[in-house]
Design a binder for this molecule. Structure first.
Ligand SMILES: Nc1ncnc2c1ncn2[C@@H]1O[C@H](COP(=O)(O)OP(=O)(O)OP(=O)(O)O)[C@@H](O)[C@H]1O
Ligand SMILES: [Mg+2]
Length: 390
């Protein structure tokens, strides 16, 4: 699939933008703070309805211009992102995300409002790399769980349903355990909550295991390419219900995840009553990410961490492509920094594929000539995007 045309209105530092894109590699060049990331963010919001960097949707509306706050009347004019998307399987689709001054989103496909998220999602698929993705490698276990949740729900909407059910049951179970530990209250229905977390948690474990099994070898292959075979990336799923190594079956495909979770809960039952909280489950999972046998979070350099995060994203792109039967669009925000010239060159050659890529950079220095000739290049300056004449 590809985005033919993008329109922005009062979005971040863009007052009005109307721009056509090339079918393959699109490069946005500009100094710091000119609007490169904002542009990629707009595409990401159009695909997922979420921003990767603002929790508050009102932050997305243009608040000031040339350093001056906009009048309230203008601020009331909420932001609009719209695009014409061409898919191989469904022709041309018009997509629009409007953001009201109260931060409410209005989603439209082909001019019709979609009040249910599930009716909107899935028309435009984007896989993006941005600076926050470094947290997959360098961050805390919760950053890696967030990554798993986001990626698996995108591929598998039912996962999100299980996740919500699980969280609700977990909260109730924790509440009850807390009451029991604190006030010695009786066991009012603990078993029923245990049944629920075992059911939903079992599904979460299983899907996480399958997902990691699928992306790990793909990420390892990309990583080996980017490092010219010098480094080996290994990603393993650390399932909290399988902490007891001896209880792990050799073949996880035959595993009964609910049963494994239940026996792990039995293992920690006495501790749970003492501490008043659930001590096993998907909320305690993590990923082990190793480069040449050492834990990447602790030992890897900046450039190594970036290479690993990028490899995971490229693996995700591959998985999404398999599921969709066509290429999603690829968003690469500022990926080149921290990479040495050799890694930059290999990565750039990889982006020059048959799919549509949006890449931001502060300089074209080091880009191979042949690549620049095929790419569509734009200059980004103060919220204005100009396509370079060839
Ligand atoms: N709601 C908003 N209204 C107006 N301007 C905004 C808004 N949100 C962000 N900006 C401005 O957008 C600019 C940042 O744009 P962006 O993050 O896209 O820069 P960039 O070109 O990616 O720079 P860098 O090379 O440093 O990553 C900042 O100057 C910021 O003040
Ligand atoms: Mg940026």
């Amino acid at each position: 699939m590809q985005i033919n045309h993008l329109h922005l209105s009062s979005f971040r530092n863009y007052e009005q933008l109307s721009v056509d894109f090339g079918p393959r590699l699109n490069i946005f060049v500009g100094d710091n703070a000119q609007g490169k990331t904002n542009l990629l963010e707009a595409i990401q919001i159009l695909a997922s309805t979420h921003s990767f960097r603002s929790a508050k949707d009102t932050d997305l509306i243009q608040l000031y211009q040339n350093g001056r706050a906009l009048e309230f009347a203008q601020f009331e004019r909420a932001a609009v992102i719209s695009a014409e998307v061409k898919r191989e399987d469904a022709g041309t689709i018009l997509m629009e995300v409007g953001i009201s001054s109260h931060g409410k989103k209005n989603l439209q496909v082909n001019g019709t409002r979609r009040s249910r998220l599930s009716d909107y999602l899935g028309h435009l698929n984007a896989v993006g790399f941005n600076s926050f993705d470094m947290d997959i490698i360098a961050g805390e276990p919760q950053d890696r769980r967030r990554f798993l949740n986001l990626e698996i729900s995108q591929l598998n909407p039912i996962y999100n349903h299980y996740l919500l059910r699980y969280r609700r049951a977990l909260e109730q179970r924790n509440h009850l355990l807390h009451e029991m530990a604190e006030f010695g209250s009786g066991d009012y229905g603990l078993e029923a909550w245990t049944e629920q977390i075992v059911e939903y948690g079992g599904h979460l474990f299983e899907r996480r295991d399958l997902f990691v099994k699928e992306i790990a070898p793909l990420a390892q292959a990309v990583h080996s390419e980017l490092t010219d075979g010098e480094e080996k990336l290994e990603i393993r799923y650390l399932c909290s219900a399988l902490q007891n190594e001896a209880a792990q079956p050799m073949d996880r495909s035959k595993m009964d995840w609910g049963q494994a979770f239940r026996s792990d809960l039995e293992r920690v039952a006495a501790d749970e009553l003492r501490r008043g909280m659930t001590l096993s489950g998907p909320q305690r999972d993590d990923l082990s990410i190793m480069i040449n046998g050492s834990e990447a979070r602790v030992f890897a350099s900046q450039g190594q961490q970036r290479t690993a995060a990028l490899s995971i994203k490229m693996a995700e792109f591959e998985v999404a492509k398999r599921r969709l039967g066509e290429d999603p669009v690829l968003l690469l925000d500022d990926v080149l920094s921290d990479l040495d010239p050799q890694r930059q060159r290999i990565l750039l050659e990889k982006t020059n594929g048959f799919w549509q890529t949006f890449l931001s950079t502060t300089t074209l220095k080091g880009f191979p000539e042949a690549l620049l000739e095929q790419a569509t290049i734009y200059e980004v300056k103060g919220g204005v995007v100009t396509r370079n004449a060839k």
